[in-house]
Design a protein around this ligand. Structure first.
Ligand code: MSP
Length: 533
């Protein structure tokens, strides 16, 4: 291969359970993953964004039974519901990995054999409390009264006493510890890393990877009376997703191009599976580990834990249909510091969108375009950038904005990336007020008018550019009104006649470009009635 091989970045969302249509938690992870993917694509990386569905196990089997559907029909219906929501939210994934895909069966079998050959799988007796909703054995001390699950409080954990195959997790305790020491960034944010380290120090126990009396899953290759535990199968869905269309489903083919995956994005509840079980399974199979696991926080609604039994779930489909993709993406990524828990409150949602996107960003574009029509013949003024001077407030901010925003995107600090763009916009609004180009124009100071209008238009452009991984539609519309013929789509920016310019740089707006008609890019939202979300 030549040394100029393109940089690449592969990332995953969890593979979501198909017991029900997507909830806001799945939407949250997937929106974040899409923003990262867009950021890296715009930086010129080859990106592979993997999402998909986790379709085996008792939970799915029981749900299908309850609904009177065959498990596969049920999975097909719900998987289609996920794909629909992702389209509505403008999520451009490259692979949709379904664990019932036939290629997946072959990958799981091969992987199992590798681990088996290592002597890391043995038959033992499993006794314990199992929460089918979590698909996880629970420590008795973690359960609530009457063995109710601490996560699914209206469900009782079930007592199990059966022969299962076990994976020798305990064998990897030391190697995992070393890995976490050598790669301090492996688990992020640091609070999650500490949580995993503390768990590790209490000692790792082998975990069971098979079930009996369960039909809906893969048979254990060495003993088909057993069915593989859903998590063993599901994690491997990340590997199956790497096969190119038409590839023969072998581990070798799957691992060729994109392995190791750079980033697994997950919620904090599935941290142990991704930071302990999964790396140990990979070590056993002799494979390199992924670059990073980032565990984000949990969302609440109006300050309360969400749940069907509490009747306060937030339906992402209703939300996006009501407010549109950009609004939903922006709220969750701007308002909640990624990694921490966060809250959804509809009034706050509306206030933030109105303030940031309508009053600040939209208004700055609108008022400046109108002035450009009046004072500059509807064109970007032609100026010499040097004439703005070293101490020009917008130029100072603008010159460093791209670098800062990139740093924040790389560390998944979406909220801070938004702040970089917003500070440019706020400064732009203030600058217009102070400079009063209308007065300059009246005084006949056309050169000064040109400089003010250029700097402000360029600030809006750059802000739109920096926000484009999060609000691609609004950014595209801003660019259109600025006279560009390009789109922030899945490739980052694809142009009808793309300018060969780095648009993350201050000063790339071209003088003389004909501007479009000013129109609001974000309509202010009125909360007319208490929402039914
Ligand atoms: N099937 C497993 C993942 C297997 S990955 C190989 C699974 N699926 S899930 O559908 O239950 O998980 C969905 C994701 O949503 C998880 O990342 C979880 O953390 C996240 N969330 C579930 N509820 C959430 C909130 N209330 N808030 C934020 N995220 C939440 O686990």
């Amino acid at each position: 291969m030549n040394s100029a091989k393109k940089k690449q970045f592969a990332l995953t969302t969890p593979l979501y359970y198909v017991n029900d249509l997507p909830h806001i938690g799945s939407a949250y992870t997937t929106i974040a993953a899409d923003a990262i993917a867009r950021f890296y694509r715009a930086q010129g990386y080859d990106v592979l964004l993997i999402t998909g569905t986790d379709e085996h196990g008792q939970k799915i089997q029981r749900t299908a039974e309850r609904l009177g559907r065959s498990p596969q029909d049920h999975c097909d219906q719900i998987a289609a519901g996920f794909a629909d929501l992702w389209a509505k939210l403008e999520i451009h994934y490259d692979r949709f990995s379904r664990t019932t895909a036939s290629a997946h069966a072959a990958i799981v079998k091969q992987f199992f054999e590798r681990v088996w050959q290592q002597g890391d799988i043995y038959l033992g007796q499993q006794q314990g409390w199992y929460c089918v909703e979590c698909e996880e054995f629970k420590e008795e001390r973690d359960l609530l009264e009457n063995h109710h699950c601490n996560v699914h409080i209206n469900r009782q954990a079930e007592w199990r006493d059966e022969q299962n195959y076990f994976f020798r997790l305990s064998r990897y305790q030391q190697r995992l510890r070393e890995h976490f020491e050598q790669q301090p960034e492996f688990i992020q944010p640091p609070s999650r890393r500490n949580e995993v380290l503390a768990f590790l120090e209490r000692g790792l126990q082998d975990f069971s990877i098979s079930r009996v009396n369960l039909d809906w899953g893969f048979p254990v290759p060495e003993d088909p009376k057993h069915t593989l535990y859903v998590w063993f199968d599901a994690l491997l869905g990340y590997v199956t997703a790497l096969l190119e269309p038409g590839d023969e489903p072998t581990l070798e083919n799957a691992l060729q191009r994109w392995w190791p995956i750079n980033l697994h994005l997950i919620g904090k509840d599935i941290l142990r599976f991704h930071t302990l079980y999964w790396p140990a399974m990979l070590m056993s199979a002799g494979l390199p580990l992924p670059g990073q696991v980032f565990g984000h926080g949990f969302l609440t609604k109006d300050g309360l834990k969400m749940g069907k039994s509490l009747g306060n779930t937030l339906d992402p489909i209703a939300l996006v249909e009501r407010y549109g993709a950009d609004a939903v993406r922006y709220y969750f990524l701007k308002e909640i510091e990624f990694g921490r828990d966060g809250d959804f409150n509809e009034q706050r949602f509306i206030n933030i969108l109105n303030a940031d996107l309508a009053d600040n960003l939209g208004n700055l574009l609108n008022r400046t375009l109108k002035m450009a029509v009046k004072y500059c013949h509807g064109q970007v003024p032609l100026i010499d950038l040097d004439s703005l001077g070293e101490d020009h407030p917008l130029q100072i901010l603008g010159k460093s904005a791209g670098v800062w925003a990139a740093k924040h995107y790389q560390s998944l600090a979406f909220s801070q990336a938004c702040e970089v763009a917003l500070s440019l916009v706020r400064a732009g609004n203030k600058f217009v007020d102070e400079q009063a180009p209308w007065t300059l124009y009246k005084k006949g100071e056309q050169e000064s008018v040109n400089r003010v209008i250029y700097a402000v238009l360029e600030s809006v452009r750059l802000a739109a550019h920096l926000l484009s991984p999060i609000i691609p539609n609004i950014s595209t519309e801003i660019y259109r009104q600025l006279g560009y013929d390009l789109k922030f789509n899945l490739q980052g920016i694809v142009a009808g006649g793309a300018p060969n310019i780095d648009l993350s740089q201050w000063g790339s707006l071209q003088g003389g470009q004909v501007l479009g008609t000013p129109q609001p890019v974000f309509q202010k939202i009125e909360l007319l009635e208490p929402a039914a979300l």
